[in-house]
Design a protein around this ligand. Sequence first.
Ligand code: ATP
Length: 375
Amino acid sequence: MIEAVGLTKRFGAKTAVDQLSFQVKPGHVTGFLGPNGSGKSTTMRMIVGLDRPTAGHVTINGHPFRELPNAQRHVGALLDAKAMHGGRRARTHLLSIAQLSGIPERRVDEVLAVVGLQDVARQRTKGFSLGMGQRLGIATALLGDPKVLLFDEPVNGLDPEGILWVRNLMRRLASEGRTVLVSSHLMSEMALTADHLIVIGRGRLLADMGTQEFITHNSAGFARVRTADTGPRGRDTLGTALTEAGGRGLQEPDGALRVTGLELPRISDLAHEAGVRLWELSPHRASLEEAYMRMTQSSLEYTSTEDPRAELWEPEPLTVPAWEDETAAPEVPQTGFYAPAPPGAGGRPFLMPSDPGELARAAGNTTADSQEDSR
Ligand SMILES: Nc1ncnc2c1ncn2[C@@H]1O[C@H](COP(=O)(O)OP(=O)(O)OP(=O)(O)O)[C@@H](O)[C@H]1O
């Protein structure tokens, strides 16, 4: 297990890591996420003793890295895939590290086979592609058969087959009871690889929870509603009914409505009462990328002038339906199937009920009851 307590690193006036406390437990792949410059690499460097904390401490299985006897046998790390002597052959690179750590030569050939570099083992690493370098870096981390593994951006530069391979490798290492901490900016990949997440922003801890829990806690909630094509006026009729009931609808590019401010059962009732047939009524299920953007948007060290993430919160309507002009969208409430106010504006994250029966029960509730549904 890796344990950080009040871990802090300052570079002059810059606080790169700010009072971080977390545990990385064995048997899981823990994703380490954060915007550029949020302090992930600095944290990893402190874990393996390459940077000294300004305050706080971090231990591996109860010991600071520098006090671990034969650390290579306990901890393996891929921090910089380019950190190798370009004039050395891949096998020689591994062999020199193995010899320094008392690791038998046969292990070098084992890890070369694990990462699929046997055929280029005698090539000099300066000719390696980024992906080959990553594989060699992973082989180096695995050399001592360590119980604790750190990977900083291991899928950087890998092709889809390589990414899949890394995913399966991480999961296998965790299933063997090892502690696996992996950073990546590839959210779709992290969603598939990591079962736990530590998220930091500006050096501070933003979240430490299961991946699914993280997505649930940080998702904008809305319903997708598609009216039957058979009734061309159905969408406008429904839009008016939804607006009058306190909801708000925006047109999705595919013609569906994105509805906030109303629970699904209420939307269904309103459609029924208005005589509008629905072909789709579904809760929006957020991706890890969306949840991550939502959580970190105020913690980005560098943001582009034009924020490409804006579309994740509220799409521009392609055309403003008539009913949109009639009534101003009301203040968005904070409970049930509602979209929260934007982060930073005091909004509470939207939570999907984990129990689908909750939806059915909510269908029988009055408006007053529905206010109790928030979780
Ligand atoms: N040796 C150093 N001297 C001065 N500042 C540093 C040093 N190392 C890191 N920093 C600063 O500390 C902050 C955190 O950097 P770090 O590399 O840990 O972030 P990161 O989350 O790994 O970023 P990325 O995702 O871009 O790799 C940045 O502002 C960086 O410029």
